[in-house]
Ligand binder design. Structure first.
Ligand code: APR
Length: 311
């Protein structure tokens, strides 16, 4: 059995474990700094396995030694942005947490592929690669699957068509400047802009961009976790099963789309070695301009990171 360790057993980490356990593709380890919590959640999940009929071992721990020999390490550890907290403060705190998670995990799983979820996503994935001195293909950030899933869900609600027929692609940084590629999105091959009026499509794009905030304002005390966790399950399964699955996700840019030395949301092909390939769309000038705008925000965040920590 393969092994996936999830660092950060909070809402997203533990929900990822639940989705993954149902897929029966790997034994699971939950690690957190809070004493007892990962152990308790892991035991609870383990006790669900007989009901679900899945032979998966789930272990919780405060000690990275438990993660030894992981094929994949998922990093969801971090703190959310609190009222009054600056972006720099959030970056400093989460950089410390994600840096430690990377270093400690690598001690016990030197060959692991890292799937990063902690925000600010593109910057934290960049940090993981730099701190771990990892080849770019072994680090991928989850954001695009979530953003695209939100768009797909909204299109399904609007049209009444199965979510399985709806294909949407959201590129760019994980923020309000993300770029929903409506031109490449379709319903069973029919372009979205033929299916929906311009007004309806614009409203869906706007709701997608603000999708994270919509959930935060409803929950009040936290952010989305079901959909982000489902995205983690899909991506880690694609890696373990060597599916060569193309998903929108954050990967290290080395000239693709004219971008270098940053993580950015692009179509990524996932297989057993991690990021096998980055696919490139032929973009219109408007799409290129939107991507550049989004890239500028990510670059700014990475520059702040460079000023804060030596990597
Ligand atoms: N090592 C391990 N775990 C840590 C550490 C650390 N150094 N610091 C904090 N954690 C744990 C917390 O104890 C908490 O259980 O990370 C967990 C984060 O869980 P939640 O607060 O429930 O946050 P969640 O909603 O899961 O989001 C996690 O993903 O989507 C992003 O923006 C989100 O960055 C956030 C991350």
């Amino acid at each position: 059995m393969s092994k996936i360790s999830i660092i950060g057993a909070g809402m997203t980490g533990s929900t990822s474990a639940a989705w993954l356990a149902e897929r029966e593709i790997a034994d699971l380890v939950l690690v957190d700094v809070v004493e007892g919590m990962p152990q308790g959640k892991a035991l609870d999940l383990l006790e669900a396995m007989p009901v679900l009929g899945k032979d998966v071992v789930v272990v919780g721990s405060n000690d990275y030694a438990t993660t030894k020999g992981s094929d994949i390490v998922v990093i969801t550890a971090g703190i959310p942005r609190k009222p009054g907290m600056s972006r720099e403060d959030l970056l400093t705190t989460n950089a410390e947490i994600v840096g430690t998670a990377t270093r400690e995990s690598l001690k016990y799983s030197p060959e692991a592929i890292f799937v990063v979820l902690t925000n600010p996503l593109d910057t934290m994935a960049y940090l993981t690669m730099k701190v771990g001195k990892l080849p770019p293909q072994r680090v991928v950030g989850q954001a695009g699957v979530l953003d695209s899933a939100r768009m797909r869900a909204f299109v399904a609600l609007e049209t009444g068509v199965s979510v399985e027929n709806i294909h949407c692609y959201v590129m760019g940084g994980h923020g309000d400047e993300m770029v929903p590629l409506t031109r490449a999105s379709n319903i069973a091959g029919i372009p979205l802009d033929e299916y929906l009026s311009a007004d309806k499509l614009a409203a869906i794009v706007e709701r997608t961009r603000k999708g994270g905030g919509e959930i935060v304002s409803l929950l009040k005390t936290g952010s989305a976790y079901y959909a982000p966790a489902a995205a983690i399950a899909q991506m880690t399964e694609a890696i373990l099963k060597n599916k060569h699955l193309i998903v929108p996700a954050a990967a290290y840019m080395q000239g693709e789309y004219g971008l270098t030395d940053m993580f950015f949301g692009v179509p990524v092909q996932l297989g057993r070695t991690g990021v096998e390939k980055i696919h490139e769309y032929k973009l219109t000038n408007d799409e290129k301009a939107a991507l550049q705008k989004s890239a500028a925000f990510v670059k700014e965040s990475i520059n702040i990171l460079h000023n804060l920590v030596k990597i």
